[in-house]
Ligand binder design. Structure first.
Ligand SMILES: Cc1ncc(COP(=O)(O)O)c(C=O)c1O
Length: 366
C-alpha cells in the first residue's frame, strides 16, 4: 500500500537547482592538484591552528561565545564599529539569513546574471523572485541592474570582487549603483574576496555602511584566512539590522574551534601577508602565461582566474578539463551556458602551479 504524502514544503523549493561544489577527487590520483574550490593552499596561520586544536577540548560544551572578543579584533583590524558585526557559520549562511530577513513572497532581489551562483538560490529559499540583470562579458553592468528596479525590489545583491569571473566594481561604480537605489532597497555587498583586491579604485563596502543606512557587507574567514572547513563568516551593517540577524540566527552561530582560530587568525597578519604575496605572484604568472598561449583571461582581483578557451576541434574547455584531469589537475568547470567554454583555476602551491602551466602549454600546443 502506497503512503499518501500530505505534508508539503514551501512552493518552489523543490525546483531550486543544486549548487555544484568543485570536485576534489580524481580516480587514479591519491593527491590530485585541486584547483576547483577557492581555498587557500597555504592553510590557516599556525597560531590559529593551535588555538583551534586547544578549543576542541571543550567541544562537548555549548559555547557561550564571547562574540565581542572576536568583533573587537575585527574592528581593530578593519577600523569598524564592533557593535555592528554579526557572525555565522560561513558568509553563505549569513547571506541566506539576510536575504530571508529582507525578502519574501512578492518581493524581488536583483543580481547580475553571472554573479555568484548562490544568489538566485537565496532569493528562492526566501520565497522571493530573483531577477538576473544582464552583464557585460561577465562584468556587472550598473545601468542594467538599475533598469531592473521595480516597486517590488527590496534587495540588490552584488559580490565585489565576484566569483566566478574574478572581476570587480570600482568605488565609483558601486556608489553610482547605490545612488540609483530607492531608499527602501537594501544593497548587500558580498565581499568574500575583499582581502585579495588590490586595485587602486576598489573600495571596501564597509565604508558605505558608515555612510548609509541601507548597506550591509558580508565577509569570511574561508578565503585569505584559510579557514573554509571551520565555517566562520561575519557581516557589517546598521546596528538594528545586526540585532535582527542575531535574533533570527542559530542559538550558537559559531563553533568553538572557529571562534578560537578566528581571533588568532586576524592577529596573525604576517600569515595574511604571506598568503597575499603567494597569491599575487601566481595570479600574475598564470595570467601572463595563459595569455601568452593566446587564451582569454579575465583580470582577477581574487585568488582564482577565469580562462576562456578558443573552442573548435580538441580545444574546448571540456577538452582542456579532460586533459588536465588525466594528468592529475582539477580546475573548476561550470555547466552553465555563459561558462561552457571557460575553466576557473584557483591558486595552488608552487609545484601545482608550475605543473598546471606546463600542462596548459602542452594542451594548447598539441
Ligand atoms: C562570492 C562568494 N560569496 C560567498 C561565499 C561563501 O563563503 P563562506 O560561506 O565559506 O564564507 C563564496 C565561497 O566560495 C563566494 O565565492
Amino acid at each position: 500500500m502506497g503512503i499518501k504524502v500530505t505534508i508539503s514544503a514551501k512552493t518552489g523549493l523543490a525546483d531550486i537547482d543544486y549548487y555544484m561544489v568543485g570536485i576534489s577527487q580524481l580516480p587514479g590520483f591519491d593527491q590530485p592538484i585541486k584547483l576547483s574550490s577557492n581555498e587557500s593552499v597555504l592553510g590557516m596561520s599556525s597560531a590559529a591552528q593551535k588555538a583551534a586544536s586547544a578549543a576542541i577540548g571543550s567541544a562537548h560544551l555549548y559555547l557561550e561565545v564571547d562574540t565581542e572578543k572576536l568583533a573587537n579584533v575585527l574592528s581593530t583590524r578593519y577600523s569598524l564599529s564592533s557593535d555592528s558585526i554579526a557572525f555565522g557559520p560561513g558568509s553563505d549562511e549569513l547571506l541566506q539569513r539576510i536575504v530571508n530577513a529582507f525578502s519574501g513572497p512578492g518581493r524581488e532581489l536583483i543580481h547580475s546574471k553571472n554573479a555568484y551562483m548562490q544568489f538566485p538560490i537565496y532569493a528562492k529559499v526566501a520565497g522571493s523572485t530573483p531577477i538576473a540583470a544582464d552583464d557585460n562579458d561577465l562584468r556587472y553592468d550598473v545601468d542594467s541592474i538599475l533598469s531592473q528596479i521595480t516597486d517590488k525590489t527590496r534587495i540588490v545583491l552584488i559580490a565585489n570582487p565576484d566569483n566566478p569571473s574574478g572581476t570587480y566594481l570600482s568605488s565609483v561604480d558601486v556608489r553610482r549603483l547605490h545612488m540609483g537605489l530607492p531608499a527602501n532597497v537594501l544593497l548587500i555587498v558580498d565581499a568574500a574576496y575583499e582581502e585579495f583586491a588590490d586595485a587602486s579604485d576598489y573600495e571596501s563596502g564597509t565604508q558605505l555602511v558608515h555612510e548609509f543606512d541601507n548597506v550591509i557587507v558580508t565577509r569570511t574567514f574561508s578565503k585569505v584566512y584559510g579557514m573554509a572547513g571551520l565555517r566562520l563568516g561575519w557581516c557589517y551593517g546598521p546596528s538594528w539590522v545586526i540585532d535582527l540577524l542575531e535574533r533570527i540566527g542559530p542559538s550558537f552561530p559559531i563553533n568553538c574551534a572557529a571562534f578560537a582560530a578566528g581571533i588568532e587568525a586576524v592577529k596573525d597578519q604576517q600569515h595574511v601577508k604571506k598568503v597575499l604575496a603567494h597569491n599575487c605572484r601566481w595570479i600574475d604568472e598564470m595570467t601572463t602565461q595563459f595569455r601568452g598561449l593566446g587564451l582569454k583571461v579575465y583580470p582577477s582581483q581574487t585568488n582564482f582566474i577565469l580562462v576562456e578557451f578558443p573552442g573548435g576541434e580538441g580545444k574546448t574547455a571540456d577538452d582542456a578539463n579532460s586533459f588536465l584531469n588525466q594528468n592529475g589537475v582539477i580546475p573548476r568547470q561550470f555547466m552553465v551556458d555563459d561558462f561552457r567554454n571557460k575553466l576557473r583555476f584557483t591558486v595552488g602551491d608552487d609545484a601545482g602551479m608550475q605543473k598546471t602551466i606546463e600542462l596548459m602549454t602542452q594542451f594548447i600546443n598539441r
